[in-house]
Design a protein around this ligand. Structure first.
Ligand SMILES: CC(C)(COP(=O)(O)OP(=O)(O)OC[C@H]1O[C@@H](n2cnc3c(N)ncnc32)[C@H](O)[C@@H]1OP(=O)(O)O)[C@@H](O)C(=O)NCCC(=O)NCCS
Length: 158
């Protein structure tokens, strides 16, 4: 299926929220509201397939050279087909052209022993992200959810 990545527009919000609601093993019930709010605040990209969305990503630009991927999700039935990689490659290209040097993502650490996130960490590692820390407990995350801090370098910093 042809997959096109483009910047998100306000009309994409309902589809992004639906993707998150379709992944209950990954996202708690408070996440759809957070996604809707962050889509208004931060740069975001969507992967479009046919007439629908297959995935989205939201990025918080922290400074000229650093940013965090706040959310990245691919619709359940479309997972494992390269959509996440396409989204990531696209946003990295755009951000690198705009001076970004380091990109962070936080996810659930292996020590949580929660099977669904094994694939998520494999995705980040396959895409060049290096785990630099574990923070447990992580502020604002529920107890029992250690955070794995991953960084990817898009350029040299010294
Ligand atoms: C994580 C996620 C964004 C990845 O997107 P995707 O389109 O499914 O991933 P891709 O098809 O681009 O996979 C790229 C690589 O990730 C790894 N990967 C993906 N799915 C995997 C799985 N089920 N098991 C192991 N590795 C996996 C593989 O290394 C794969 O490379 P390969 O195809 O050459 O083997 C998506 O699966 C998703 O939405 N997961 C649930 C929500 C989530 O975890 N979001 C991130 C929160 S931090």
């Amino acid at each position: 299926m042809v997959c096109t990545v483009r910047r998100a527009v306000p009309a994409d919000t309902a589809d992004c929220v639906a993707i998150v609601r379709g992944l209950p093993e990954y996202f708690t019930e408070d996440v759809p509201d957070k996604i809707a709010a962050e889509l208004r605040e931060h740069p975001a990209w969507v992967a479009e397939e046919g007439t629908g969305l297959a995935g989205f990503a939201i990025v918080d630009r922290r400074s000229a050279h650093a940013a965090e991927i706040r959310w990245l999700a691919v619709a359940g039935p479309r997972r494992g087909n390269g959509v996440g990689t396409r989204l990531l490659d696209h946003l990295v290209r755009e951000l690198a052209a705009d001076g970004l040097l380091v990109l962070e993502v936080k996810t659930l650490d292996a020590r949580a022993g929660y099977q669904p996130y094994v694939a998520t960490r494999a995705f980040w590692e396959r895409n060049g992200f290096v785990q630099v820390d574990t923070i447990d407990p992580f502020p604002d995350w529920p107890p029992g959810n250690p955070a794995a801090i991953y960084i990817a370098a898009l350029g040299t910093t010294r």
